[in-house]
Design a protein around this ligand. Structure first.
Ligand SMILES: Nc1nc2c(ncn2[C@@H]2O[C@H](COP(=O)(O)OP(=O)(O)OP(=O)(O)O)[C@@H](O)[C@H]2O)c(=O)[nH]1
Ligand SMILES: [Mg+2]
Length: 449
């Protein structure tokens, strides 16, 4: 155990600042470095939530203690520290089982929260829009439902603060049934919002949809602002964005796409959150193309890429055509890093969203990814089928259109006037178009003399 003194990176969200001790466990398969790193991130989360970390406690274990997660000796040591520093809050880097929470809280006589609880708390204090608030509340209630037996009655002197936001204060004493009812109401509300959003998205079908994804704080909102001249809130804190924003962006003359900025990912993102943020994350799920933004100045940026890919996989969005974007190259101190990365990732874009560096190359790269995702074909459609022709114009880009005659085989009828359309369509529309055009596949165009 050792003492670290840390300066807060920014003004805490809630005041007065609560003091916190972080607890991490080195389990088989993990190195001390992994855990230190995870605690660095936990400390940023704690800081974002408004706590000042005074100590870190790390224990190596071959297996966790079912009663208190960490060993008995470590619990006493932790208790000593809590007393000595008059600590407000102990934060575990791993998720604790309800029984472990209860036991630890009793023994430590201090507020206790795990990583998921902390992330939920941050989301609760940052949610601004009605939809984000509803989604966070649902995630918090789902999280609490399993931990209902844990009551903070012996901590009633604590008023507010981390871990007690949202439904925490008012509903902790209510029973599972009430929480169940509330969950059902919130789900219903979200379903309604979902339907509205799906309808809104339907209206945007003629545009290619691009979503910004990435680890929290990678610079997604800054890039959105740079590309769309938008005014999206961006700052050096985790989870600055909780809802999605969509804007039109011009990649080249006549090449407009719809760009969406949305919530960032983090390792061990609570499962409840991913589930509850369905409406927001549908933006990602339903996009045609993704831009995966990476903060290249972060020492663990490769881990971040993995975590983002893993989260995308869980959302079934990993297979989408993706442009990898290495951001913040202006702040790189290591010479030659961009060159080395270019060799490793020849298709990626290297930019500074903040300084506007590399944005033209990024647009070209994005156009390349989009175009690779298109199919080009020629179709013959009888001019009498005006509905089918206008459908093609709606979902595809018609490159050429002319008229001729065609014969229908096995029919004695005289040749019909047909339109010959050469068009490009996104792969997502290809199936639908094929089905439509199958009806006319037996036409034999008559070459003009
Ligand atoms: N040096 C440098 N900083 C940048 C750059 N782009 C963004 N930042 C900073 O990085 C921080 C995070 O930027 P955001 O745009 O809020 O990041 P985000 O990915 O939207 O983060 P969340 O919404 O929290 O997930 C801000 O302080 C930005 O000013 C860049 O190109 N260079
Ligand atoms: Mg953001």
């Amino acid at each position: 155990m050792y003492h670290v003194s840390l300066l807060p990176l920014h003004t805490p969200l809630s005041s007065p600042t609560e003091s916190a001790i972080l607890v991490g466990v080195v389990l088989p398969g993990l190195s001390r470095w992994d855990v230190e790193d995870s605690l660095n991130e936990l400390e940023l989360l704690a800081d974002t939530a408004g706590a000042q970390v005074t100590d870190r406690v790390i224990q190596s274990l071959t297996q966790i203690n079912p009663a208190t997660y960490i060993g008995k000796g470590k619990v006493s040591e932790l208790k000593g520290l809590v007393k000595q520093h008059n600590t407000d809050l102990v934060i575990f880097d791993d998720d604790l089982a309800p029984v472990q929470m209860r036991n630890l809280e009793k023994q430590l006589d201090c507020k206790l929260i795990d990583r998921s609880g902390l992330i939920l708390d941050i989301f609760a204090s940052r949610a601004k829009t009605a939809i984000a608030k509803t989604q966070v509340e649902l995630a918090q209630l789902e999280y609490m439902r399993t931990r209902l037996t844990r009551m903070w009655t012996h901590l009633s002197r604590q008023k507010g603060g981390i871990g007690t936001k949202g439904p925490g204060e008012t509903q902790i004493e209510t029973d599972r049934r009430l929480i169940g009812t509330r969950i059902a109401t919130l789900k219903e509300r979200l379903e309604k919002i979902d339907k509205q959003r799906t309808t809104q998205r339907k209206g945007r079908e003629q545009h290619t949809r691009v979503s910004l994804v990435g680890y929290t704080n990678a610079g997604k909102s800054t890039l959105m602002n740079a590309l769309a001249g938008a005014n999206v809130f961006a700052e050096n804190r985790l989870f600055a964005t909780l809802d999605s924003t969509t804007r039109l962006v011009n990649l080249a003359p006549n090449k407009e796409v719809l760009l969406s900025d949305t919530v960032g990912f983090i390792r061990k993102l609570p499962h409840n959150l991913v589930e509850s943020f369905k409406s927001t994350l549908d933006e990602v799920r339903e996009s045609d193309v993704l831009m995966h933004v990476v903060d290249v100045t972060h020492p663990r940026y490769e881990d971040h890429i993995r975590v983002v890919n893993q989260t995308l996989k869980e959302m079934e969005a990993l297979e989408k055509p993706t442009l990898l974007v290495f951001n913040k190259i202006d702040a790189l101190t290591e010479h030659g890093m961009v060159g080395a990365l270019r060799m490793e990732y020849p298709d990626a874009a290297f930019i500074s969203a903040q300084r506007g560096i590399g944005l033209d190359d990024l647009k070209t790269g994005l156009l390349g990814v989009i175009e690779a995702d298109f199919v080009e074909r020629i179709a013959y459609v009888p001019v009498s089928e005006s509905k089918a022709i206008s459908h093609i114009h709606q979902v595809a880009e018609v490159l050429a259109e002319d008229y001729m005659y065609a014969q229908i085989p096995d029919q004695e009828e005289r040749p019909q006037a047909v339109a010959r359309l050469r068009f490009r369509a996104a792969k997502k529309h290809a199936k639908d178009l094929s089905r439509l055009l199958d009806r006319f596949s037996n036409l034999t165009p008559i070459p003009s003399a």
